[in-house]
Design a protein around this ligand. Structure first.
Ligand code: PGA
Length: 251
């Protein structure tokens, strides 16, 4: 069966020293605690190696927030999937709405990034989600479906390695969460889209996380929905106690 996962997305926050301290604190608080989900923290590139040194891999997985669509070479300022992997990271967030919106990442690039991640043994946390206008004009199901379909040239073996994160853009960092029903409806739609292409077993085994103003207060209701398999957490992942509070929603 699919895994429950709580993943933190630190975005462009914390200095190296603050990040190491936060990772250490989360690791210490989780040590010896039983939890009913996997925990991953996705941190800036500069932090990966140092954070890896202070977390216990059996307690917390480590991820980057992006990687290049290219393998290596003359791409000044870019970071490849193999570089990310070589830090000890296991995951990488791809297609976050901030990357799509501010850095113009498109479906073609995101497919290439996903292939790079998979070729280097990283688990992609692939983000999809509609903007407010698409929610309001009723096209949100089609928008998200086409974002998921962007990966449909992958083999079933490869697609099976991907975690999907549904993050309605209007809910990210706004304090405005999707209702548990809105999240459930979309997650069921995503799972159905995957089922049509790859079959029921693979769809049932795909973890689909919710992201967008998820907090300890609303996580239990969201995670109780049958197709919501955890969360991708931004703001609330930057404080150890609120991040742990969300992890505890699975207890
Ligand atoms: P938020 O961000 O929890 O701060 O809304 C979620 C995300 O962007 O991954």
């Amino acid at each position: 069966m699919r895994k429950n996962i709580v993943a933190g997305n630190w975005k462009m926050n914390t200095t190296l020293q603050e990040g190491v301290e936060l990772a250490n604190e989360i690791n210490t608080l989780l040590e010896g605690k039983s939890k009913n989900c996997e925990v991953v923290i996705c941190v800036p590139f500069t932090h990966l190696t140092s954070v890896n040194a202070v977390i216990e891999p059996s307690i917390i997985g480590l991820g980057a927030e992006n990687c290049s669509e290219h393998e290596s070479g003359a791409y000044t300022g870019e970071v490849s999937a193999s570089m990310v992997k070589s830090t000890g990271a296991t995951h990488v967030i791809l297609g976050h709405s901030e990357r799509r919106q501010y850095f113009g990442e498109n479906n073609e690039q995101l497919l290439a990034k996903t292939k790079q991640a998979l070729a280097n043994g990283l688990t992609p946390i692939f983000c999809v989600g509609e903007v407010l206008e698409e929610r309001e004009n009723g096209t949100y199901n089609d928008v998200v479906r086409s974002q998921v379909e962007a990966l449909f040239s992958l083999s079933a073996d490869d697609f099976a390695k991907i975690i999907i994160a549904y993050e309605p853009v209007w809910a990210i960092g706004t304090g405005k969460t999707a209702t548990a029903e809105q999240a459930q409806d979309m997650h069921a739609n995503i799972r159905h889209t995957i089922e049509e292409k790859y079959g029921k077993e693979l769809a049932d085994n795909t973890s689909i996380l919710y992201g967008g103003s998820c907090k300890p207060g609303n996580a239990p209701e969201l995670f109780a929905k049958p197709d919501v398999d955890g969360g991708l957490i931004g703001g609330a992942a930057l404080k150890a106690d609120s991040f742990i509070g969300i992890i505890e929603a699975f207890n």
